[in-house]
Design a protein around this ligand. Structure first.
Ligand code: BGC
Length: 255
């Protein structure tokens, strides 16, 4: 599978699943724009790693909850690499609070980082693809929890449920304009967002017991999947979700 010559933006691209997507897509030949908000040193190191492996990546410090910043990402891609092919809306956060525990700040943060960013990032990129009269692809890193309830993580589930309908609705709206939208729905992945579970043996065991494959995913397994979906093998996919969850969606239990 080759992404040779394609330009890919990855939001939240300097850690966790985002970092794995950057490494996988760059390894497949894509030019990468890494969006980040914090950790400039780690981002610089990632850009260096990509270059050492023969790839091309640049960083942009941009806040995905702001429309101007989302538009600046598109400009950065076009100014640096001449065009844009794929947006990966990967940035995300969660508070692990139930409905009764969720503050207004929790809610606003989760909705802005997880859902507003994907909504308006998609709008900015789709508009670019249409204006440039070219086909384009938007991949949203969603979650099994766009469909499966996760009691105790309510705002996150509501945001991911919104991403589910974003892909289905906007995917249909944009199809005849040559713009596709695919959600990826990971289950539990060994990344910083799950640190509190990984550091607690009892919680980790409960999680692994709930996953039919019996383990969390490595970030690389999701990164490789997103790189595959960005390529021609997935050209007939739109307005849908590809789950990569070790079977968690189909299993019982409360996770
Ligand atoms: C959440 C994790 C959770 C996992 C599996 C992910 O979307 O971010 O907190 O462990 O789903 O339930």
């Amino acid at each position: 599978m080759s992404l040779e010559g394609k330009t890919v933006i990855v939001t939240g691209g300097n850690s966790g699943i985002g970092e794995a997507i950057v490494r996988a897509a760059a390894g497949a030949g894509a030019n990468i724009v890494i969006d980040y908000v914090a950790h400039p040193d780690e981002t610089a190191q990632l850009i260096e790693d990509v270059a050492d492996a023969g790839g091309h990546a640049v960083g942009i410090q941009a806040d995905v909850t702001r429309l101007d910043d989302l538009k600046a990402m598109v400009r950065k891609a076009v100014d640096t690499f001449g065009d844009l092919d794929v947006l990966v809306n990967n940035a995300g956060t969660e508070t692990r609070h139930s409905l009764l525990e969720t503050t207004e700040d929790d809610y606003d943060t989760v909705m802005a980082v997880d859902l507003k960013s994907a909504f308006f990032g998609s709008q900015a990129d789709a508009q670019y693809f249409i204006d440039a009269r070219r086909e384009g692809l938007i991949i949203n890193v969603s979650s099994v929890h766009e469909e499966r309830p996760m009691p105790g993580n309510t705002a996150y589930c509501v945001a991911k449920g919104g991403m589910r309908m974003l892909a289905r609705t906007a995917g249909v709206e944009l199809a005849d304009k040559g713009v596709r939208m695919i959600n990826v729905g990971p289950g539990a992945v060994a990344t910083p967002i799950n640190r509190s579970t990984m550091d607690d043996p009892a919680k980790l065991e409960a999680l692994e017991n709930a996953i039919p494959l019996g383990r969390m995913a490595d970030a690389e397994e999701i990164g490789d999947l997103v790189a595959m979906l960005a390529g021609s093998a997935a050209a007939y996919l739109t307005a849908t979700t590809v789950y990569a969850d070790g079977g968690l969606m189909q299993a019982g239990g409360g996770l």
